[in-house]
Design a protein around this ligand. Sequence first.
Ligand code: F2R
Ligand code: MG
Ligand code: MG
Ligand code: MG
Length: 353
Amino acid sequence: MLSRFRGSMLGSLMGDCLGSPFEGEASIGKVFLNNYFSQLGDPKKRLPFKPYTDDTAMTKSVALSLTELKGFNGQDMAKRFTKEYFAEPKRGYGSAVHDVFMGLRNSNCEDPYRPAQRQFQGMGSYGNGAAMRVAPVALMNYNDEARAIDVATMQSKITHSHKLGCQGAVLQCLAVRAALHVQPNGLNIVKFTDDLISTMRNIEKKDADVVVEVEGGDSDAPWNTTSYARRLETVKKFLEQPEPPPNEEIHGLLGVHVSALRSVPTAIYCFLVSQNPIPGIECDNKLQRCIQFAISLGGDTDTIAAMAGAISGAYLGEDQVPKELLRHCEAVKDVLSWADKLHDASSTVQFSN
Ligand code: F2R
Ligand code: MG
Ligand code: MG
Ligand code: MG
């Protein structure tokens, strides 16, 4: 399990560091990316160091809060998010989440959930910021699905109280957890997807009475479209095709957006489709293929690559993480230490507030 924990945390870091230079681009040519990754893999090439962004900064707070407190504590986690943000606010955070950190700092995190509830005129944020940092919750609670779901939801509510923001964090957590549990080389893509569809369908049914307010005039709002279970059905359909559909189709039906609904199912698709060769991507290593494919889609590249990398690394383990790519990433030793702490603490988890 330690190798899986380390693989997941390193996969997430690598997706963030290598994906962030492309964040916001429409899509990135596969030939360009083959050359880019081949240069990164060349030990003779001296290339600019790749810093991590908010995805890893927030993952750090989740990992250290869970491990140092031997379980979930909302106030402690909120304090860590806030301290980390004000220490390094230029790590590429979402534009609205700054207000949550201001509210948390001004109230000394008295109610760690209150500032997030005020976001977007009381609707809360549906951004993918709670999903992008959730991998440590899956690792810490790998032997308890119900607790993993609870903690994924509660850690989300500190910054993202919108139902779709929370459910996206839960889905990403379940995907990492499921990947940890698959035997080496034993991945059954159909079963993996069907299990997630069935769990999300139950969760969405249970949450159906939670009223989601609709912001007037925003026809692009994701709650007007479809649910996580239905997006996972699209993932399944895409996986039945001999090769991935064109980017425009992936953008339209899954998404590459900063909203959780339009990025978490996409990350799961990237993990699953990268189990087999992908036309245009020259790479034998499955973790690298996963990250390269995620980046090639464009949009929220750092976050989709980080989430896909966390799932892929949880399945493949540390040995499959390409070391020649890791040397370009910031904070590898720190990330390994978080993985080790999560591994040590995962047998003694508790749950409070
Ligand atoms: N912020 C970015 N990328 C922008 C470019 C950064 C650049 N590289 C730089 O350094 O300046 N990336 C990071 O943000 C995403 C995670 O965002 P998070 O934490 O979810 O933030 P937020 O602000 O809560 O939500 C993101 C946006 O989603 C829209 N939105 C959310 N809820 C909404 C609602 N209820 N109604 C309307 N819109 C809503 C807003 O546009 C939010 O700003 C990751 O990609 C991370 O890498
Ligand atoms: Mg980021
Ligand atoms: Mg816990
Ligand atoms: Mg991002």
